[in-house]
Design a protein around this ligand. Sequence first.
Ligand SMILES: *Cc1c(COP(=O)(O)O)cnc(C)c1O
Length: 360
Amino acid sequence: MSRVYNFSAGPAVLPEPVLKEVAEEMMDYGGTGMSVMEMSHRSAAFQQIIDEAEQDLRDLMNIPDNYKVLFLQGGASQQFAMIPMNLMKNKVADYIVTGQWAKKAYQEAQKYGKANKIATSEDETFSYIPDCSDLPISPDADYVYICENNTIYGTKFKELPDTKGKTLVADVSSCFLSEPVDVEKYGIIYGGVQKNIGPAGMVIVIIREDLITEDVLPGTPTMLTYKTHSDAASLYNTPNAYCIYVCGKVFKWLKSMGGLEEMKKRNEEKAKILYDFLDSSKMFKGTVVPKDRSLMNVPFVTGDKDLDAKFVKEATAAGLVNLKGHRSVGGMRASIYNAMPKEGVEALVAFMKKFEEENA
Ligand SMILES: *Cc1c(COP(=O)(O)O)cnc(C)c1O
């Protein structure tokens, strides 16, 4: 067996202790004589798995009692429709468009009401976060929407926008559990789990109870109504049981590591190694305005397409994989999520130094 350093933006690296545990439990989970994949979602064993996963997430994020935690299918993308369908009572919402994912959410919301683009950084290829201290928030906006960490462009909101009292909805797919958050500042905080938590195909929605109502847009499917899943404690239909199980393992791993304060410290340390190198290199350049840099996704370029391609190819051969940048930015992107060890980032920087010397 040989493991690589996987810098994929998603599906992404998972903690090795978690992978080992789920492998050990594959044939016989906790004396049940079966894998979690084969288990009824109505069984006592699975009920314990989902209950513990929720409690551990609540502990990690300090989630107040008036917020529900929902484990839903359809990934993060399904929320692009589910949010307006459930929240657009006045049929007005304000969107801050800081990248492709925010743009997709904004475009989807236009199907259901008046979605306003109140700020954007598209003019500079989404390489910065716009000033959100005094935005033209619509007086009748049902919510203000952000994508808090922009996976493709490598930017992060270091301060939340002033929503002037309106409900804040945030997609945190690629920064989920990377640092402590104040859940009370949000109406909905949600993320696909495939970036920083678990396998693909699931989204976790943390939603304030007053936003869960029967008063949804006409025609909203039962499966896309938050109340359906909230009333059934995420077991209205067969959930993505195996994914919930793996996420639960990751929550326990995060707790054993010291929780989100500790993850923040580690993530800052890892990101600094890479950003410091980018700032000192003559060949490699970060593409993001320094104050808005993400701790999780780090895009960089050499400025020469052929050299970029050579770098990606040689890095892959050296066991540093999935470094090719998103097609809309080009160059490279290193995603250094919670589960990426510091050694992986050090190996990447050592390789970049060597490549720079050899190709100067
Ligand atoms: C990956 C990603 C998504 C889409 O997630 P899916 O699970 O594929 O639907 C949405 N938002 C952000 C910020 C992402 O990084």
